[in-house]
Design a protein around this ligand. Structure first.
Ligand code: UT7
Length: 398
């Protein structure tokens, strides 16, 4: 062990500009603003636009977090993106973010633990820092849930939204930062909340937008069962992680839960005998953004002045898997002030990173042309040309 503690030194969020209100959803499915507000606490959510992807949302949040931390992208040596909505299984969304940032010294991978993903990723990155294999890590939760929803299912489409949140973790010999974590899973509840993977079980002749069993590749959820599961595990794991960090409920300034349903949080607060005001909620305006919900809420809590130096804060996530997880963190940072010109220069850096990336792609195409090994596009063109030739040969013979 290197005796390093993982401290959060930067944070950032990105929500797409498009707002979808409950009223708008009530024009799609049989529901109402009153029902959604009363049963969930959600009033509106954000939905990604045509040019936005999980990777672009993640990049925006990460760039903002690096700005707060005053860290150059090349200093980052690990990028973890917790997501259930990557555009591709590989490349990982984290690799795309690494490229957009120009973080040329970073390893990058995605982590799949549904709505608990951010807390899992935070714990993994903190362990990498404590073990000495990483110094500066970017931990991101990013989702485009709107693209995997069945917009005819009122039990799910009312809940979810899109967005991304990120934190920068840095190793330091100063005690503090991430104090303890607990991660849990119960795969026997796998059927309660599911999102089938694309092409996981291909069946010839089936429409590719459908999975093998004929159901669309969208989220299915047993809402009541998930609700019951969440109210049981949130209080248990919060108690467990407090015990690990040797804290009592009075030592905890704020709990940032996964933003799924205000009633789940009320039930957990009651079980823990803690005032509900100690739980931070922003789901009224962001909805449930799955793995992104905790880091987005963290940014909103900072903005709202809900965290002071040396506060103990608990993150607690729960969701598909089933999975649940909690972490305790000592909030011990004062970010350095960043001037407007520094901010502008940093934005320029990402334009340069994109240009470099394009140049590398072009370089690869040129070198494969020069060395005679054709690019996939050139191979395709050759194959088409050969097929045309053989067809016209056959015609001539006939
Ligand atoms: O992030 C992953 C973790 N996910 C969660 O934590 C979600 C946990 N579950 C929930 O938040 C809640 O179960 C829901 C908000 C999804 C549903 O609320 P509920 O109070 O559990 O409702 P319910 O499923 O027990 O349904 C009650 C009634 C039903 O009608 P009947 O059978 O009593 O006539 C539903 O058909 O409400 C009806 N209903 C709706 N009515 C209007 C279900 N969804 C809607 C809707 N609008 N959107």
């Amino acid at each position: 062990m290197s005796n390093q503690y993982a401290h959060i030194i930067g944070w950032g969020k990105y929500l797409p500009p498009r707002v979808v209100t409950n009223e708008e959803i009530s024009r799609i499915v049989d529901t109402s603003d009153e029902w959604i507000m009363a049963r969930t606490g959600i009033r509106e959510r954000r939905i990604a636009g045509p040019g936005e992807t999980t990777a672009t949302l993640a990049f925006e949040a990460a760039a903002r977090a690096l700005e707060v931390a005053d860290v150059h992208p090349s200093e980052v040596d690990l990028i973890i993106v917790a997501t259930s909505t990557p555009e591709t299984i590989f490349p990982a969304t984290a690799s795309l973010v690494q490229d957009y940032l120009g973080s040329r010294n970073a390893g990058a991978f995605d982590l799949s633990a549904a709505c608990s993903g951010f807390v899992y990723a935070l714990s993994m990155a903190s362990n990498a820092i404590s073990a000495g294999s990483s110094q500066v890590a970017l931990v991101i939760g990013a989702e485009t849930m709107s693209r995997v929803l069945d917009w005819q299912d009122r039990g799910t489409c009312i809940l979810f939204g899109d967005g991304a949140g990120a934190v920068v973790l840095k190793g330091s010999s100063v005690p503090g930062g991430l104090l303890a974590s607990s991660l849990r899973s119960d795969g026997s509840g796998a059927d309660l909340l599911r999102l089938p993977a694309v092409y996981s079980s291909p069946v010839p002749g089936l429409d590719p937008t459908f999975s093998a069993n004929g159901h669309p590749r969208t989220i299915t959820m047993n809402g009541r069962q998930i609700f019951r599961f969440a109210t049981q595990v949130v209080s248990d794991i919060v108690e467990e992680v407090m015990e690990k960090a040797d804290l009592t409920p009075d030592d905890v300034a704020l709990i940032i839960p996964h933003q799924a349903n205000a009633r789940i949080v009320e039930a957990a607060a009651k079980k823990l005998k803690m005032p509900v005001e100690r739980f931070f909620l922003n789901l009224e305006h962001a909805g449930n953004t799955s793995a992104a919900s905790i880091p987005i809420a963290l940014c909103d809590a900072v903005e709202a002045g809900r965290l002071a130096p040396n506060d103990n804060v608990i993150f607690v996530g729960f969701g598909g898997g089933l999975t649940w997880a909690a972490s305790v963190l000592k909030w011990d940072v004062t970010p350095p002030p960043v001037s407007l010109s520094q901010r502008q220069w940093r934005r320029m850096r990402y334009v340069i990173a994109r240009t470099r990336s394009r140049l590398r792609q072009t370089g690869r195409s040129v070198s494969s042309m020069v060395s005679g090994s054709p690019t996939p596009e050139a191979r395709m063109r050759d194959a088409e040309r050969n097929e045309k030739k053989s067809r016209s040969k056959k015609k001539r013979k006939a």
